[in-house]
Design a binder for this molecule. Structure first.
Ligand SMILES: [Mg+2]
Ligand SMILES: [Zn+2]
Length: 205
């Protein structure tokens, strides 16, 4: 359920654009990209993913995953295998929230494949968070296009295979997942307090 007036107040102040949910791309963002992977044993989280997810949970920020898995539509991997891979990643990272997958081939003309925003909006809806209070973190240009189309803040975390033109076009770029999450939390007074704890609060005000 969406609520357009769910912006919080901190110490009586209105806090606009608070990040209340962070959505992630899967391959190349949360885990090392193994093209059309159907084998849970080949799931390897990126180095800073465990810390990034831990930090979000500690701050009470909801998470979800939105992933294009055209290998299903191409007949290279089954939906069952993709589910098994997702379950392994979810277990390794301590819980990712809803994992939404587009199973269609690129030429299927579906409405859900990124850069279309449909699955990002569906994930926000599942979490009960207004899209304007969500951020989307991904590793390629179509992730950033999907974020923009969903009116979400987009953060690009490039990998060595991310094209330079996509990095140049991104509104926000972070060198790794933990830095991306840190920035998303650090911009927000409410979650900053949650992250550093009450003791540090008076010293910074
Ligand atoms: Mg990716
Ligand atoms: Zn689709």
């Amino acid at each position: 359920m969406l609520n357009s007036d769910d912006s919080p107040r901190v110490d009586g102040r209105y806090v606009p654009n608070q990040v209340r949910a962070v959505l992630f791309d899967r391959d190349g963002t949360l885990c090392v990209d193994v093209p059309y992977n159907g084998d849970p044993d080949r799931v390897e989280p990126v180095a800073t993913a465990p810390a990034a997810l831990w930090r979000l949970r500690a701050a009470g920020v909801a998470t979800a995953v939105v992933s294009n898995q055209s290998g299903i539509g191409r007949g290279l991997v089954t939906g069952r295998q993709v589910d098994a891979v997702n379950r392994r990643l979810d277990a390794l990272l301590g819980g990712l929230g809803p994992i939404l997958v587009c199973p269609h081939a690129p030429d299927a003309g579906c409405p859900c494949r990124k850069p279309a925003p449909a699955l990002l909006l569906a994930a926000a809806d599942r979490l009960g968070v207004h899209p304007g209070s969500c951020a989307f973190v991904g590793d390629i240009g179509s992730d950033m296009a999907a974020a923009a189309a969903a009116a979400m803040r987009g953060v690009l975390v490039p990998t060595p295979v991310t094209r330079a033109v996509e990095v140049a076009a991104a509104v926000e770029v972070a060198p790794d997942l933990l830095t991306a999450v840190d920035r998303l939390l650090g911009d927000d007074p409410a979650t900053r307090v949650a992250r550093v704890g009450p003791a540090a609060r008076s010293g910074r005000s």
